[in-house]
Each structure stands twice: as structure tokens, then as C-alpha cells.
Design a protein around this ligand. Sequence first.
Ligand code: MN
Length: 172
Amino acid sequence: MTKALFLTVLLSFAFSAQLSAQESPFPKGKVATVDNHTGTVWLSELSKADDVFDFNVAHATFAPGAKLDWHIHPGGQILMITEGTGYYQEKDKPVQIVHKGDVIKCAPGIAHWHGATPDSTFTYVAVSPTQKGETKWLQRVTDEEYRSADPSRIRKKTIRSEAQKLRDGVNL
Ligand code: MN
């Protein structure tokens, strides 16, 4: 094997390992066609509410910049971020920057929105109780609201995470 071929094979293995490490174990699903978001959002239903389990479990993936409209869950919602970096905002509060591994509790009846940052995809598993009724969709998120997140906080968090990995001796 020539050196060039060896390097090509090595690099392709490295890239495929990196890609598979970033993929969620759940199916990405279909592109959402309902009019409650801007940008591209993929949805897959992991578990539908029934007589025993009165909540839906869904997996959502947002392209960079994609976001849901403002909305209310009458029974609340829990989001478990599995990939990427996103925004979460409740009415009259500043935009929060959320990351892979974060768990967000959207309280019942509180207007809020969530979506990807401009530069990252964003993926989560959502648990949505159904006993108090369906999600109420409100207005679109304005550009001003979307841009109100402080991008410097994204970099700080990333740098801290990298430093933490070094301290922990984690070799990812
Ligand atoms: Mn929500």
C-alpha cells in the first residue's frame, strides 16, 4: 500500500468514526411540514401516548438557524438535548444557550420557544404529557428575539468544556 493510499484510508476511517460519534441513535425521521416553525426540522415519533403512558416521546433535529414558533404546552414538556447547541427562551426572560446533555423543563402553561443556534444543528428527545391537551402554537419568533442571544456565551461554554475534558483526561 502506498503512503498516500494508506493516509486516505486512515483519514476516511477517522472521518466516519467522527461522524458516527455525532449521530443520534434515534431515527432522524421526516421533514416537518406543519406551519409552526422556520427552517428545516426533522421529527420522529419514538413513543405515542396510550392508555398506560400518557405522554408522547419524540425526537427532533433542527438544521442550523431552524426554530419553533412561540408555543405553550398545557401539560409541560421535558427536553433532553442529545446533539448540538440551541436556544431556549421563556416569555419575558432572556434567551438561554443550551447544549448536548442539558435537560430543560418547560413548565405547564409557559409560552416559550426552542431551536438551533445559527451555526449548529440541534437535536433533542422531547417528552410531552398529553392529559391536559395539545400544544398551543403562537406567533413566530422575530429576528430581534432570535438575535438577542449573546454569541460570546457559546464560545465561553465551548472553551470551558474543552478545558474540562483536558482536566478530566478524557480523550475524545
Ligand atoms: Mn416546547
